[in-house]
Design a binder for this molecule. Structure first.
Ligand SMILES: [Ca+2]
Length: 214
């Protein structure tokens, strides 16, 4: 006859088996920037995201926008950003959990349309931050594959000090002169992966309960 503790242990085992340390997505608003698209192209609207105050302007000498972060055609074009170090960011509804690993990913590419090509590649920075502006992790990436997007990530495991703070994701164009003056971003995603030890402890506890009954 099954005892209560055995039933509990089996339930815990089932729970541990059913809940591997799988990454669970954290919703981002307008993650694919499609909500910013307009039928006729350029727009400074970037719903759901906080963007630099510098809107930029049309530069007739360049034949393009200067100093602008623009959401257009369902992606973000970051153009000629040589005079500020601003970021595009979004505060999520999630808070950091100690031991959980956070992965913020986004496609970064050189634009299909050259605004002011200097033959370089695209430099970008991805960040995981807190609501009070602290940067927890950064990943600098360079995409030298002209015309194509590639996916990059920044990964961070939250500490006890981070616990309870709001998860903020951000991205920026790097400004080093050897890189091209514009970068493009698309398809942002954030996932949290629970600490594997949590589930392991659950399984160990269940096994010890079973063992004790034998
Ligand atoms: Ca898109």
């Amino acid at each position: 006859m099954r005892t209560f503790s055995t039933v509990v242990a089996l339930a815990l085992l089932a729970l541990a088996a059913a809940m591997p340390a799988a990454a669970s997505p954290i919703a981002l608003n307008n993650a694919d920037f499609s909500a910013s698209a307009t039928p006729d192209g350029w727009t400074y609207d970037m719903a759901g995201w906080t963007k630099p105050a510098t809107a930029g302007s049309w530069d007739s000498a360049l034949g393009g926008h200067s100093g602008a972060v623009i959401a257009a055609h369902g992606y973000v074009a970051w153009i000629n950003d040589w005079y500020n170090s601003d970021k595009v960011s979004q505060a999520t509804l999630a808070t950091y959990v100690e031991g959980s690993t956070y992965t913020f990913s986004i496609d970064v590419g050189f634009p299909p349309v050259k605004y002011n090509d200097n033959g370089g590649s695209v430099g970008a920075e991805l960040l995981l931050m807190t609501q009070d502006g602290a940067t927890l992790a950064t990943a600098d990436v360079i995409n030298a594959d002209f015309g194509n997007f590639h996916r990059y990530s920044v990964v961070y495991t939250a500490t006890a000090a981070d616990a309870g703070k709001q998860v903020v994701v951000a991205f920026s164009k790097l400004q080093a002169p050897q890189w091209a003056e514009s970068a493009e971003f698309d398809n942002a995603a954030l996932v949290a992966t629970p600490e594997p030890a949590t589930m392991s402890l659950l399984a160990v506890g269940a096994l010890s309960l079973i063992r004790r009954r034998k």
